[in-house]
Ligand binder design. Structure first.
Ligand SMILES: Cc1c2[nH]c(c1CCC(=O)O)Cc1[nH]c(c(CCC(=O)O)c1C)Cc1[nH]c(c(CCC(=O)O)c1C)Cc1[nH]c(c(C)c1CCC(=O)O)C2
Length: 342
């Protein structure tokens, strides 16, 4: 029997939507914190296939989600391209800003990423052996724009100002950077699929800060080219696109890029998305992650409202963004119970 997530991604409506959660392996779980301590730090955990597979499996064992997402990070691609990467506890990722690191010319070619990323493919192989047969394995990468914002600034930023400045000052140079990330992403994600990933998700977490033709050139077009390249090699592997905070640019995004499913943030309304996006294919997401912290009757009500809003078409239940470290695992268990009819 085809797995529930694959059925949804192929456009099938189901009475009970399949469910998984962004950042389901993470610091809100005590078993994750223990395994990360055993690995040493977050990056060592990403590059340790046995332990990365272990943390991927933890939320499956604890909650029985319908999908597991490979444990890794979108910033491993810039690292594989040769940019220094480290994480500052409590603050987030740091890279040597691209201009200081010698610019695009100093980066490796897109086909040279596999030496660094080989342990990730090993994690995927372990997971495809060890996951329960009904659970779907999702691979992922960052979309080029979001990855580029970190590469240019050397860190996360609220407004992605450094990348926008580069677009204004050197549009051709920025387009070349996007092209390099795009090629590396195709190589990386193809290798994940060949190792056993059954679905791919492309995270464009900062898509919302691109407007007009910048959105077309740096969010929509690179995503469309990546999906076209993946579909040429692996036509049966569904792709989930996540142009977070794209607002009205969500409309038509699935059709224009060839994505099989749109992941929704929690700023769009479920009724609007059901009317405007679901007719084009599967939708995923939308529950505000804060409910995993606060729980209670509002969690039940919002979960039911989203299930109801999307009940007329293909739907994968998920949050609108990643679960936060202060979340209570009991609220996750309750959300799943409500989705499955409790
Ligand atoms: C922008 C982005 C990143 N990474 C990712 C994105 C896109 C999705 C989003 O918008 O959140 C994607 C990501 N990061 C991680 C995963 C693993 C799979 C999963 O969802 O469980 C995935 C899919 C692990 C992680 N990636 C990170 C953690 C926390 C690290 C830790 O354990 O200390 C995890 C579990 C670190 C990370 N990684 C990144 C940041 C900004 C941070 C710091 C912020 C934070 O701490 O939450 C870059």
């Amino acid at each position: 029997m085809t797995k529930t997530i694959l059925r949804a991604l192929r456009g099938e409506r189901q009475d009970v939507p399949p469910i998984w959660m962004m950042r389901q392996a993470g610091r809100y779980l005590p078993e994750y914190r223990a395994t990360r301590a055993e690995a040493g730090d977050f990056l060592k955990l990403c590059y340790n296939p046995e332990l990365a597979a272990e943390v991927t499996l933890q939320p499956i064992r604890r909650f029985g989600f319908d999908a597991a997402i490979l444990f890794a990070d979108i910033l491993l691609v810039p690292q594989a391209l040769g940019q220094d990467l480290w994480f500052v506890t409590g603050e987030g990722p740091r890279l040597t800003p691209l201009a200081e690191a010698g610019g695009l010319a100093a980066l490796r070619g897109a086909d040279d990423v596999h030496d660094t990323l080989a342990p990730i493919y090993e994690t995927v192989r372990i997971l495809s052996r060890e996951l329960p047969p009904e659970v779907t394995l999702i691979g992922f990468a960052g979309a080029p724009w979001t990855v580029a914002t970190y590469m240019v600034a050397g860190r996360g930023s609220k407004d992605q100002g450094a990348a926008h400045r580069m677009i204004a000052e050197d549009r051709a140079g920025f387009a070349a950077l996007i092209g390099r990330i795009e090629q590396a992403t195709i190589a990386y994600v193809s290798a994940q699929i060949e190792a056993g990933a059954e679905v791919v998700k492309l995270f464009d977490s900062w898509a919302g800060s691109l407007k007009g033709t910048d959105f077309d050139d740096f969010a929509l077009a690179p995503t469309a080219r990546i999906i076209a390249a993946l579909k040429a090699r692996h036509p049966h592997v569904p792709v989930i696109a996540f142009p977070r905070e794209a607002k009205e640019r969500y409309i038509g995004f699935a059709r224009a890029t060839g994505a099989d499913c749109l992941a929704l943030d929690n700023s769009v309304s479920a009724d609007w998305a059901a009317a405007n996006l679901q007719p084009d294919g599967c939708v995923q997401g939308n529950l505000a992650p804060g409910h995993m912290v606060t729980g209670g009757p509002a969690l039940d009500a919002e979960t039911r409202r989203i299930v109801q809003a999307f009940s007329g078409g293909p739907h994968v239940f998920n949050l609108g963004h990643g679960i936060t470290p202060d979340a209570d695992p009991a609220n996750v268990a309750r959300m799943i119970e409500v989705v499955r009819g409790g």
